[in-house]
Design a protein around this ligand. Sequence first.
Ligand code: GLV
Length: 325
Amino acid sequence: MATNSKPRVLVTREVFTDVIDYLSQHFDVTSNQSDNLFTPATLTPALADKTGAVIAITDRIDADVLAKSPHLKAVCNIAVGYNNIDVPACSARKVMVTNTPGVLDETTADLTWSLILATARRVTEAEAWLRRGEWDGWKLKQFLGVDVHGATLGIIGMGRIGQAVARRARGFDMNILYYNRRRLDENTERKYAATYAPMDELLARADIVTLHIPYSPETHHLIGEAQLARMKPTALLINVARGGVVDDVALIKTLEANRIAGAGLDVFEGEPKLNAGFLKLKNVVLTPHIGSSSEATRRKMVLTAAQNLVAALTIGRPPNWVNPW
Ligand code: GLV
């Protein structure tokens, strides 16, 4: 019987089959095309004999899992964010971590704009009402929303996705404020007609605040009660970044009291179990973490993760290496 000397790798979620075929040229692949969610208890034995893995944001790679995965050399996330991975613990064990930057910026900006427009114009609320058969005729004051064109957009996190959102905002003749840890250079500011503002000022001036920052201990509850209190009563909050960047309990209280006008949310603390308070609110538009979910982009993301794994385990230098040494 021929022995299979290819490195063993795991693909933790259902992916497009051509990606399994591609990985199989290089590796002995264990896939999960039935898409059963791994738990820490099932992921640990599945990784015990693997050299690498293509994983998703639903998989938690922590010191415990790593301690029981002695052969592991690379974990390749199908996402740009990697807060599901304990990167210092990976570095300590010389496990390469990769992500998928660049390929999902435009698609995520598109979804941001879906939420901006749907929230401002109360699209999902109006549709649900219509579907319930409640539409009995035109009324002047029916579903009055707020204008997006000409409004002030406040972008928190002016990286690639924030900039893609800003580019679209120009078509709506918006006034663009941004806050970023590092101020952009003058040419980039001019390109987007974007004005830098400290976060408190941005919160106070923006009609629409949109978040495009990674989740980390530093950004945990970056938008909490105090920040929400600074926003205008007519303002909207949009979050396509990560659950945990916003304090969901504080946001629900703020929305219940109509202290801001609405929120468009694609991500939640503790998702997929979102706080039930959101479901009772009319002034929110809720989507299930689909920011990057166009077919073309999800294909690019998983292919990028697979290419990272091949490069990591063959040449030892993956293109999107998060923790290089
Ligand atoms: C998705 O949430 C990502 O980080 O790519």
